[in-house]
Design a protein around this ligand. Structure first.
Ligand code: HAM
Length: 428
């Protein structure tokens, strides 16, 4: 058999064997987020391209290099506001679009939403960097909810979520960009300090210097990084009010005993952030070490045509959490409880009835559809990784019992058919 088709680079099949782990992560996330009163939202996997350009910023790497745009044949009829669509590279822009479109601001003062699902970025794939990856994201949006307590709560929720999902040894890094005016001052100050060295920047950063100087701080080019390391980045650009806000946030985190590091060069790659920004990293992940990231975005909703409301949120990368999980946390037992074997065609219909009866009692069970020798059927049972095997032959049929084998101990016993369901109940 020659292989004709292969998985697109930078994507993964989540195979049935790994599914338990994914479902487990999702269940834990849903349970924890519900305790914080966050409600789930599902938005389309694609949106108008212009939505992402306006929210993430024309100069962000995600928009400039990574948007996966859909073919032109699928465009809206000409004359509409924007004709193109792109697969969503992140969830915040879509959630804000939906918040505005559904007038959620009229329904509650603070709207707390979360999402779990795939995101798409046309990146060069490497360890921890995929073209299709999954995020668990959280957005708290509402009028006048700029409060360092909400920032702190969202950060603490992020830490708690990562711990609940089994991630270990991660570090929380925080910074503030200040208000839009402070951000503008920060950008001017950065430009001033880099002015004399523009010639030493990489070609991309020369352009970034003109269009969005913050992006230089994230550049991976060695000479750019050396220049950035020599900058004296501080918080001189902050207004008194922004400084107070940031100090309050740090006080709240300290009093809640949340460990954090301040990183003045942390500016995040997306344009919408104001004030608080944060990232949670894990050293074992190498160059793609961010498990999660987020921050405040007080202007985005109004900028996209909605009411003037504040917002804060984060998103965790699920594949990265899995990469960072210790191996022992990853191993999961098979959930198949009973595997039914019929030793001849006469008893096969009864074996099917037994399996159906167990399922009706909520017990996971399967059946071997190919009646063959006991030895070969036991091999199939082994592959199915069932905890118990039920063997039904002519003799058992006459006695109204089945032979029940515990696959872990090898012990075998006879059990009456009508006792089967109660035997398994409570074992799962
Ligand atoms: P982001 O930093 O672009 O922020 O992505 C958040 C997380 O998604 C990253 O920390 C990482 O774990 C994961 N991630 C991003 N790109 C990839 C990739 N190519 N392959 C694998 N994992 C990846 C956002 O997306 C913002 N929307 C977060 C946010 C929500 N800010 C406010 N609210």
């Amino acid at each position: 058999m020659t292989k004709q088709f292969s998985l697109p680079r930078g994507t993964n099949d989540i195979l049935p064997g790994e599914m338990v782990l994914w479902q487990d992560m999702e269940d834990k996330a849903r349970r924890l987020l519900a305790t914080y009163n966050f409600k789930e939202i599902r938005t389309p996997l694609f949106e108008q391209t212009i939505l992402f350009k306006r929210s993430l910023g024309q100069t962000s790497e995600v928009v400039k290099k990574q948007l996966l745009e859909l073919a032109s044949a699928q465009k809206e009829p000409s004359g509409s506001k924007d004709e193109g669509f792109a697969l969503r590279p992140e969830g915040t822009a879509s959630v804000v679009r939906s918040y505005i479109e559904n007038s959620m601001d009229r329904k509650e003062a603070l709207t707390k939403l979360f999402y779990i699902g795939p995101m798409f970025r046309g990146e060069r794939p490497q360890k921890g960097r995929l073209r299709q990856f999954h995020q668990i994201g959280v957005e708290a949006i509402g009028a006048n909810t700029t409060s360092p307590y909400l920032d702190a709560e969202v950060i603490m929720l992020n830490v708690e979520l990562l711990a609940a999902l089994g991630a270990k040894d991660f570090r929380l890094k925080i910074n503030t960009l200040g208000s839009p005016e402070d951000k503008e001052n920060f950008s001017k100050a950065l430009r001033k300090s880099l002015q004399k060295d523009v010639g030493k920047l990489c070609d991309d950063c020369k352009e970034r210097f003109e269009r969005n100087v913050f992006r230089i701080l994230d550049c991976k080019n060695e000479s750019c990084q050396a220049l950035v390391a020599g900058l004296h980045l501080g918080h001189g650009h902050l207004s008194e009010a922004s400084r107070r806000y940031y100090n309050q946030l740090k006080d709240i985190l300290r009093s809640a005993e949340v460990l954090f590091e301040e990183v003045p060069a942390l500016v995040r790659g997306l344009d919408y952030y104001t004030h608080t920004v944060f990232e949670i990293t894990q050293a074992s992940l190498g160059s793609q070490d961010a498990l999660s990231a987020g921050g405040r975005y007080n202007n985005l909703v109004a900028q996209l045509g909605g009411p003037s409301v504040d917002a804060v949120g984060f998103a965790c990368g699920m594949e990265r959490i899995l990469l960072a999980m210790p191996a022992e946390t990853k191993s999961r037992e098979s959930r198949l409880m009973a595997y039914v074997i019929a030793l001849d065609d006469q008893v096969f219909p009864k074996a099917c009835r037994i399996a159906r009866g167990l399922r009706a009692a909520g017990i996971t069970s399967d059946i071997n559809y190919k009646v063959s020798s006991l030895k070969s059927q036991m091999r199939s049972a082994d592959k199915a990784k069932s905890r118990y095997v039920l063997i039904l032959g002519e003799e058992e049929d006459k006695k109204g019992v089945v032979a029940l084998k515990d696959m872990a101990t090898g012990e075998q016993q006879e059990i009456k058919e009508d006792m089967l369901a109660s035997f398994f109940q409570g074992k799962e």
